[in-house]
Design a protein around this ligand. Structure first.
Ligand code: SF4
Length: 276
């Protein structure tokens, strides 16, 4: 089977940086924990665990070890709490996420009602909301935006992994009634590149594989985009999940992968498909 891998797929700058920081910390020795999974790839998290990196569900659980803040950031209170506990902190928050935190702080200070376009249950969004302070809200869809009455000054940012279309749709709804809307498109370049590259490949192939954690927001967006292109699309975490019947009658397969997906997982899927 012919296999086409999207030009931009897999680890982004922020994720690579967090893995490098952790790798260096492992080499320097001593107990090491990440606060929650470092990235949204269960397989890569498992690999890190195999070299001694524990996943702590709270700061207390990480007590006595160096603690790594994950690439999608944490709530301000969590960072303060870790400092109060005198923990040895390695802040692997992606600089792009940190920039969104700075942006919402400035918007809130300038009197804007802060709106974060994104999934309210995602830890990145929780971190951004906590940086913005009281009154900030997360909005996931244009329908949800339409349920509210928007007035005064509204400052918008996006979870870094949102699609530009959704951000725009929500901005359009808010603009109907709010007096002054400042829409700061904070979708990260890596996300855009992966989405555009997936859009280039999907219409050209018979079947599309999107590799990445089921808990990875940007991988789920890639799946949605490929499905929208009308091609049979399968979201998988590993090559072992691929079923023969998905490949019947197909000549060309496309591959894309979320920003938390390591190269070794992409390579395994590619090899599995090339054998067909
Ligand atoms: S997707 Fe973008 S914002 Fe998120 S970790 Fe990667 S580079 Fe940073």
């Amino acid at each position: 089977m012919q296999v086409v891998v999207a030009e931009h797929a897999g680890f982004c700058f922020g994720v690579k940086r967090s893995i490098e920081l952790v790798t260096r910390a492992v080499e320097s020795g001593g107990p090491l924990s990440t606060l929650g999974p470092l990235i949204h790839s269960p397989q890569e998290v498992e690999r890190l665990e195999s070299v001694g990196v524990k996943v702590a569900s709270c700061l207390d659980e990480a007590a006595g070890s160096k603690v790594v803040m994950p690439s999608h950031g944490v709530a301000e209170q969590t960072l303060r709490q870790a400092e109060l506990m005198c923990m040895d902190i390695i802040d692997a928050t992606c600089p792009y996420v940190a920039k969104v935190h700075r942006t919402v702080r400035e918007l809130a200070k300038a009197g804007f009602q802060v709106v974060v376009v994104g999934d309210p249950g995602h830890s990145e969004v929780k971190g951004i909301l906590s940086a913005a302070g009281p009154g900030a809200v997360a909005i996931a869809s244009p329908e949800e935006a339409a349920e509210r009455e928007w007035t005064g000054k509204v400052g918008m940012v996006a979870q870094t992994t949102q699609t530009a279309e959704r951000f725009q749709e929500i901005a359009n709804v808010i603009r109907r009634t709010a007096e002054d809307v400042r829409a700061m498109n904070t979708i990260c370049v890596a996300t855009r590149q992966r989405q555009e590259a997936a859009n280039d490949v999907a219409p050209e192939v018979d079947v599309m594989f999107v590799i990445g954690g089921r808990n990875s927001a940007n991988t789920n967006r890639l799946r949605e985009l490929c499905e929208a292109a009308g091609v049979p699309t399968y979201h998988i975490e590993t090559a072992a999940e691929i079923r023969d019947e998905w490949l019947e009658g197909k000549r060309v397969a496309g591959i894309t992968a979320g920003a938390s997906t390591p190269d070794w997982l992409i390579e395994e899927v590619k090899e599995r498909l090339e054998k067909v």
